[in-house]
Design a protein around this ligand. Structure first.
Ligand code: FAD
Length: 429
């Protein structure tokens, strides 16, 4: 009997899994789904905070546990490990005598290193597939090296092709799971030396990790509350659950798929209503796609000070000023309110992110990569492409065609928080 390993990475779901779909209902193979908490995710950043903070780690643990439960319900299971992924997978594949490994492709150096190490050690085929974006690289009308450096050009070329986007139904039955790997091992924050985060009642919503909650959120925002119908008007607001979709945390670790969201939007447009707002949510998903392709094109350049433009700005490495920004103690109350929301809840609105990022690199003149690293630690929806590319954009070293874009945070506060209700929420004790 053929022995297959499916290595779950940032695709922690049963819905829209084209690769696993081919194994559905098959009894002629043994399938071993595996997830590994990699030790590199939990190291300390040189600025002193953990690379993965407790809020995001908690969300990830919940997502993995939910995946395990959902796999068990369809005749399979999940082997969860921690440590060096490449070593763990090597050992598991050897013990299992696996014939093949399947996994989603990642695009940045640490993840590619693991893929490389695995390929080097294991003499069996490892198949990678793409499932993060609406369109796969091979469906684009240009090669990655010819990806336009301006989003609008990309959008114009790609939008007419979106009719091909397809989302696969939830898996109903997977091949048998090998008994010798069955166990109840799960992980807690303590395993990664992290403390339980304290819940803050002011949070935009209670984010619970996992596909089950991701699909509930999708259902609520689009179908139940129909908040999608007002999205374009509300998306720049700062308070509450429904001003924007809040899909991002589930999208980031793949417990929700962008293609599933897209197909629900299309269905909603057909069955209920299509308007500028329903279009705008797709437009934002295209930004997400775009940044994923940017990292495929530029790989590790996105982590360099000069970004993809090789443009070196002068920054002060002022730790004290950075710490004040990070903890919401700058001289600007709008920035502080946003930074406190991030610190306490792991979330911040898009409008807030643009302002605090601009304030850090353009007003405080601190290296934008410090800010991006703090976001990486703290954001519940941290995604390598969306985070680093948005930061590059704001810092003027990325895909922004406008030179020297600047957010006047006082003006922005006046525009988006005129009655100061957002600042009161986060600054009044
Ligand atoms: P909605 O407004 O409802 O948008 C729907 C979806 O579209 C989002 O879930 C997201 O997947 C996508 N999207 C929307 N705006 C953007 C954008 N500017 N870039 C890429 N995708 C977008 N988003 C992340 O998912 N992870 C990050 O680590 C991240 N870091 C950011 C850092 C900075 C400095 C900035 C300015 C933006 C960052 N964003 C990031 C983008 C954006 O702020 C969030 O996606 C959005 O606020 C999430 O809330 P939502 O799901 O309610 O978004």
């Amino acid at each position: 009997m053929k022995k297959i390993i499916y290595w779950f990475r940032n695709d922690l779901r049963l819905q829209d899994q084209p690769l696993l779909k081919q194994f559905e209902n098959r009894n002629d193979v043994l399938l071993l789904p595996v997830f590994c908490f990699d030790e590199k995710w939990f190291v300390k950043h040189k600025l002193g905070f953990p690379k993965t903070g407790s809020i995001r780690a908690k969300f990830l643990i919940e997502s993995v546990n939910n995946l395990k439960n959902n796999l068990r319900q369809i005749g399979s299971d999940l082997l969860i490990t921690s440590g060096k992924t490449e070593e763990n997978l090597y050992e598991i594949a050897s013990k299992f005598n696996a014939n093949e490994i399947y996994a989603e492709k990642e695009d940045t150096s640490e993840e590619i290193f693991i893929e490389y190490e695995l390929k080097k050690r294991l003499k069996i085929p490892i198949h990678f597939h793409e499932s993060k974006t609406l369109l796969r690289t091979d469906q684009l009308p240009f090669s990655i090296s010819n990806l336009p450096d301006i989003f609008t050009t990309f959008k114009k070329k790609v939008e007419p092709l979106l009719y091909v986007v397809e989302s696969f139904d939830t898996l109903e039955k997977l091949p048998p799971f090998p008994d010798e790997f069955r166990n109840n091992q799960t992980y807690s924050l303590k395993d990664f030396s992290l403390d339980e985060p304290i819940t803050d009642q002011r949070a935009v919503m209670n984010f619970v990790g996992g596909e089950t909650d991701g699909l509930n959120r999708l259902n609520k925002f689009i179908w139940q509350d129909k908040s999608i119908l007002h999205y374009k008007e509300t998306r720049n607001q700062l308070i509450g659950e429904n001003y924007s979709s809040k899909f991002s945390p589930w999208l980031a670790n793949g417990s929700l798929s962008a293609r599933k969201i897209f197909s629900d939007i299309k269905k909603f447009e057909k069955e209920v209503e299509a308007n500028e707002s329903t279009y705008w949510l797709v437009f934002e998903l295209l930004w997400r796609d775009y940044f994923r392709f940017v990292i495929k094109k530029y790989s590790n350049k996105i982590f360099l000070k000069g970004g993809i433009k090789n443009k070196i700005n002068d920054y002060k490495n002022d730790i004290e000023l950075f710490e004040r920004w990070r903890n919401g103690k700058t001289d600007n109350d709008f920035v502080n309110a946003n930074m406190i929301e991030l610190l306490k809840t792991g979330f911040m609105s898009n409008r807030g992110r643009q302002n605090v990022a601009s304030y850090l690199c353009k007003d405080l003149k601190i290296d934008w990569r410090w800010g991006a690293s703090w976001f990486e630690s703290q954001l519940i929806d941290y995604d390598v492409a969306s985070n680093w590319c948005n930061w590059m954009y704001i810092a003027g070293v990325g895909n922004d065609p406008r030179e020297n874009r600047y957010f006047n945070v006082n003006k922005q506060a006046e525009m988006y928080d005129k009655d100061k209700s957002y600042r009161k929420l986060w600054l009044d004790k």
